[in-house]
Design a protein around this ligand. Structure first.
Ligand SMILES: [Zn+2]
Length: 458
């Protein structure tokens, strides 16, 4: 452990709150074309703040909303840390469900209520305040770069080209992202893996036109029935995906990982209750957390065919279709999985029908070294704030920009989340616990100290 002063006493919590409130008052809804000016004002707010802290800071126009980039490289020989965050927020609708207005931040019961309070203004500004806290004590212990985008909530269309064009400038030893939820209250966590995805449509064709179900029923092939058969054959009764080769090459969960997750305070009953179901069906032989974080799966996300209007229409449809997502784990390649399902589904088409697969998009899975010096540094930082070790979890979803960071910057990503699922990200009455915000600031400051300590970054 490094010996560094306790920063908690040096944190000006009132100032930290006031500044975040000012940021939250700016309605930076990236999806709303009437708020282009607010987006630019929010970017400028962050640029000015970082500039005021002695960073070389600029906003850069993109084809959409500006990117804020800032750097302070005064720690020669020390690691460089790139902090990524986003200043845009989800639309506030439905407005009538907010107890207090979404862009008038209000503290109730120890929580800051405002759109963007946790996702991601609160979490990314905690890093800005963490840097300010360190600067109040002296020079930063590492080189720090901030990359704050304004289009995360609309799919980051301009970020990858920006990262590609500025790969040298953005070069870093580690990338820190705080844009998610911790495992639970009082429990610090570090996310070290993300699932990938392969997303396809299945199209089934029967007759050349819709048919009268009386004149043709019993003789003509029915593509909706055929689609249903195909879908049920994509998984067996053990919850395993049946596509040949689907599981080939998977990084199996280690005993240590399985034990680590088994030790987490997770309740299947509470999880089931939280989504209003009585059971959690899935792949046999794996726990719920293993199925969510460490195993691939396949789900139908949408389905169509035939008559869907009021009342009845006696028809055998000519075609039917479904949207299918496959969540992938490390060792699986989305392109390969897409090819496998594309080859397999046609073989399942019942007589008289044809089935084809149409790929939509893919995303790679990621797993970062559990034992990296960065994870150890983050754990030490979190320990100082929460008084206990972090738990190491993975996420069931993905973050598309991580692939670009990994490919273009060749740096590992450290996910240090500060919020909680109960913060209601993307929902009305989004909030961020005041304590979580302040703990986030301290976490950021201690993390930078730990990353600059001589025993990390090698
Ligand atoms: Zn976010």
């Amino acid at each position: 452990m490094t010996q560094t002063p306790d920063l908690s006493a040096a944190l000006n919590r009132e100032q930290a709150n006031e500044e975040l409130f000012a940021l939250l008052r700016l309605p930076s809804v990236s999806a709303d074309p009437t708020r282009t000016g607010d987006m630019a004002a929010t970017a400028e707010f962050l640029r000015a703040k970082l500039g005021g802290l002695g960073f070389t800071a600029r906003t850069e126009a993109t084809a959409g909303h500006p990117i804020v980039y800032a750097e302070r490289l005064n720690a020669p020989g020390k690691p460089t840390v790139l902090i990524y965050g986003h200043y845009d927020v989800q639309p506030e609708a439905p407005l009538e469900e907010w107890v207090t207005p979404p862009f008038e931040p209000t503290i109730r019961d120890g929580r800051i209520y405002a759109r963007g309070s946790t996702d991601d203004k609160g979490q990314s500004y905690a890093h800005v305040m963490g840097v300010e806290l360190l600067l109040s004590q002296g020079e930063l212990p590492v080189n720090v770069k901030f990359l704050l985008e304004g289009e995360e909530e609309i799919g980051s269309p301009n970020l990858e080209p920006y990262v590609r064009d500025h790969a040298d400038e953005l070069k870093a030893d580690v990338i820190v992202i705080s844009d998610g939820s911790r495992f639970g209250p009082e429990i610090p966590s570090i996310t070290y893996g993300l699932r990938g995805i392969s997303y396809v449509e299945i199209h089934v064709q029967g007759a050349s036109r819709d048919l009268h179900s009386g004149s043709y029923g019993g003789a003509a092939p029915n593509p909706i029935n055929a689609l249903a058969q195909i879908i049920t054959r994509l998984k067996d009764d053990q919850g395993r995906v049946t596509i040949p080769g689907f599981y080939d090459g998977i990084d199996e969960l280690t005993d240590a990982e399985r034990q680590m997750w088994a030790d987490l305070p997770h309740s299947d009953a509470a999880f089931a209750a939280s989504i209003g179901v009585s059971a959690l069906p899935g792949e046999a032989g794996y726990t719920t957390l293993e199925r969510l974080w460490g195993r691939p799966t396949l789900d139908v996300n949408g389905i169509w065919g035939g008559y869907q209007g009021e009342g009845s229409k006696t028809v055998i449809a000519a075609k039917a279709g479904a949207k299918v997502s496959m969540r992938l784990v490390p060792g699986q390649d989305p392109e390969r999985v897409t090819r496998l399902i594309t080859e397999y589904v046609p073989t399942l088409a019942p007589e008289g029908t044809t089935a084809t697969v149409h790929p939509l998009h893919g995303g790679r899975p990621f797993k970062f070294d559990l034992n990296s010096p960065y994870n150890h540094a983050a754990n030490r930082a979190l320990h100082r704030v929460y008084g206990r070790d972090a738990v190491f979890t993975r996420a069931g979803g993905g973050i598309p920009i991580v692939a670009a960071f990994n490919d273009l910057l060749r740096a590992p990503v450290l996910f240090v989340d500060m919020g909680l699922n109960e913060d209601a990200l993307h929902s009305p009455n989004e909030s961020f616990a005041v304590n979580d915000y302040h703990n986030g600031i301290l976490t950021s400051a201690y993390l930078l100290q730990e990353l600059g300590a001589p025993n990390t970054g090698e």
